[in-house]
Write a protein that binds this ligand. Sequence first.
Ligand SMILES: [Zn+2]
Ligand SMILES: [Zn+2]
Length: 366
Amino acid sequence: MRFHFVKIFLLVFGLLVVWSFAGEQMAELRRSQAAAVEAIRSTAVTVAPNSSPTEIAKASNQGVDLTRIPIGDGRISTAPQVGYVWSCRTRFRTSAGPYANSGAWVQADGTYNLRTKPTVKGSVTWPSQFEIALSDGVRSIIGNRLPKHPTGQFPIARNDPAYAFDTNPNSITSEDYQVDLPAMPEVADTAACVPMGRIGVLRTGGYIFNALDVWGKDAVAYEIQDSCQGHPERHGAYHYHNLTTCLEDKIEGSAQVTGHSALVGYAFDGFGIYGHRGEGGKVLTNADLDACHGHTHDITWDGKKVNLYHYHATWEYPYTIGCYRGTPVVRSNNPQGPPNRQGPPDFQGPPPPQMPPPGGGEGLFF
Ligand SMILES: [Zn+2]
Ligand SMILES: [Zn+2]
């Protein structure tokens, strides 16, 4: 009996020791993660309260004519190609879209006027959660996909002038997620196509989708976004197809808009996405970038100077990422999909389901 008592005592004592040791370890891990989060926060770019068409008008564009941006329709490739989206999806809806009625901003010469394109009205604030933690070579992005800046009112109200061009019936909703990226990504042997749905995240907390809508057309040219250039898709995920003007595009820690742009987000292969300006403050075009929409030079990465590949946003199509230069960790076509798990590759996915009858707009928007 006493022998059993001693055994149980030793077992309980042993468990207590292990438990307290694990607790220490966890606390230590939490402390180091908190320090990493803090380090990243301190270099974060500012999220502007809200943007407006006037701010787009003021945007630094250095000779890139924002009143005549070439519409990217048809520039979809099946291999890396400068100025194209290498899209995993190859078949798109063919029926007329709910925003088939484009206004005067879409011009007969195949360009659109970003300065006069309407935006969805409203200023709705959200309880955004967005953190980046570095640990053991992994960058964990943890958020609820709500942006830090105010958004327009979605679904688009019938009395909003934007409704005449885009009847987006979706509401913005939150969903907790975590995406684990390599902290120091490497260029893969072969590039990879970009799926529909989320392909990266901006430091506002909103997702980046590729440049295409469900018709395979230039989403930035036709879709009506709010004044931060975002809108929700059918699952409620707020996203952008280009760089939002609600994230200040300037060099970290500087009030001057001169040098290389700040880090504005991460692609889901782990590489950084920077703003419109390259070295020397030059506003970049596709001609300055490779087929995946990036290039390699010295950048500041997690506080260190490194020679590393990175993507840039441009004012012109494909706006953010043309293909993945690294290995994507998120291939899900569905932002609702389980976080941090590889979804089925969508390289030759089935065609999208048929359009519902006119009037039913659910599920139409990417
Ligand atoms: Zn650069
Ligand atoms: Zn969209």
